[in-house]
Design a protein around this ligand. Structure first.
Ligand code: ZN
Length: 169
């Protein structure tokens, strides 16, 4: 369906085709969701609203991650096996992610996880370091540019601007 994208950065309104969406109430919702991550063809800026939203989400995820993982780190210091659910959950998540999308980062992540499990197995006294280390890995992983770029790239594929001045991401 055809829609309009109003850029709040440069105030230019561009015609845009929202691919694979039929006009209608549902289409309007899908279109507005996608345009959250639109990149303006006129000024090349990302939708400021989407940028704000992404920053807020990233901050929330960081806070939740640090809080939960710190609690588990402290807990595991006293009761070593509290480190197990962290390892189990992250192990499954990392493995699933790696199978779906094998990358060097994923391989590295899996390798360090196995090393850490082996370490905790032999020295349960230091098992509390596992959630602490995993916190860092999760936080660094989330900061990777490719992960933050993903919604914008997806939107770029699902939105086709008519403007000749369209720029590629
Ligand atoms: Zn613009």
């Amino acid at each position: 369906m055809i829609s309009r994208y109003e850029c709040t950065a440069c105030n230019v309104t561009s015609a845009v085709e929202v691919l694979d969406v039929e006009p209608g109430a549902h289409g309007d919702i899908v279109a507005s969701v996608r345009m959250h991550h639109a990149t303006c063809p006129a000024c090349g800026k990302r939708n400021p609203e989407g940028v704000r939203e992404q920053n807020r989400d990233e901050r929330n995820i960081t806070i939740i991650t640090i809080t939960t993982m710190s609690a588990l780190t402290v807990g595991a210091y006293f009761v070593w096996w509290l480190a197990l659910p962290v390892v189990g959950l992250l192990g499954v998540m990392t493995a699933m992610f790696f199978v779906k999308q094998p990358t060097w980062w994923g391989a590295l992540n899996l390798a360090q996880l196995l090393a850490v499990i082996a370490f905790a197995w032999f020295v349960p006294r230091w098992a509390f370091l596992v959630p602490a280390l995993q916190t860092l890995v999760v936080l660094v992983g989330r900061r990777r540019a490719e992960q933050l770029d993903a919604p914008w790239q997806r939107a770029a594929e699902e939105l086709r601007f008519f403007d000749d001045s369209q720029r590629r991401l």
